[in-house]
Write a protein of this length. Structure first.
Length: 272
């Protein structure tokens, strides 16, 4: 379902013309969130912010991000419309290009936006694409997803992306730390995910993850945690199809009480 936002089209030189209000929105979002993630984001994210060196006062251009990421992990970004089909999404990720819808939220949507805008993609995801394990996992995941023709299998695979790349936590000696971009680009969920007593924080068991429904329009009632990015490399060594088949056979877990208004459409066809 299309929302009210339309991505801007880059000009013939690859630049997107953002106006003063849009640049001001970026500046306010970036300044606020950079403070909020301190002592809540994983160390690799904080290091990634230094590496990628986003401009503070204006929205970065894709070429700037590509230059930074290309020199670090070989990744880049690709401007796309607000919504794209799953095959295109996975193909871009497999090709080490993170799709970015070239629009930023309006001031009236400053604190919450259902659609993934460029602040979510740049700040939440591109920052950690400076980390090789994270970057390799995203490409591996997309390659596997592209090979699946079953809608049911793809639906379960979205949960793997959701509970890692979008809403993943680490359990560390310093406490809970965030690596999921869906959390890291949200001021409210950044605090909630590591400090609230409301959500369950469960150890990452692959089949459990694949059997857990979610909604994208609420604070998450469940997070699955890993110990470090090394665990992503361990995930890349498993025969994922064995776990997908087992999850299909055993069926979904009962809905968490906070998701009792869940509808099938709440799980998006693609994870952005």
């Amino acid at each position: 379902m299309m929302g009210p936002y339309i991505a801007k089209t880059p000009n013939d030189k690859g630049f997107v013309e953002f106006n003063e209000i849009e640049n001001d929105t970026w500046q306010k979002l970036y300044t606020r969130q950079k403070e909020i993630v301190k002592n809540r984001a994983c160390d690799e994210f904080i290091v990634g912010l230094e590496k990628i060196a986003f401009p503070q006062n204006q929205i970065p251009q894709c070429q700037e991000i590509n230059e930074q990421l290309g020199n670090i992990t070989g990744w880049g970004v690709q401007p796309v419309p607000a919504l794209i089909q799953s095959d295109e999404f996975y193909f871009l990720l497999k090709s080490c290009h993170f799709p970015v819808a070239t629009f930023i939220r309006r001031p009236e949507d400053f604190d919450y936006l259902k659609e993934p805008d460029l602040f979510h993609e740049y700040f939440g995801h591109c920052t950690l694409l400076t980390n090789q394990a994270y970057a390799d996992f995203v490409a591996w995941y997309a390659d596997y997803a592209l090979k699946q023709t079953s809608k049911e299998k793809r639906r379960l695979l979205l949960r793997l992306f959701w509970f890692t790349i979008e809403f993943g936590l680490f359990k560390t000696s310093m406490g809970w730390r965030i690596y999921g971009g869906g959390i890291l680009s949200s001021p409210g969920e950044t605090v909630y995910a590591v400090e609230s007593a409301i959500p369950e924080r469960r150890p990452f068991i692959l089949e459990d993850v694949l059997r857990t429904p979610y909604r994208y329009d609420v604070m998450q009632p469940i997070y699955y945690y890993l110990e470090s990015f090394d665990d992503l490399y361990q995930l890349m060594q498993v025969d994922l199809n064995v776990y997908v088949e087992e999850a299909l056979k055993n069926g979904d877990f009962a809905l968490h009480p906070l998701l009792t208004t869940h509808r099938p459409s709440d799980e998006q066809e693609y994870p952005t």
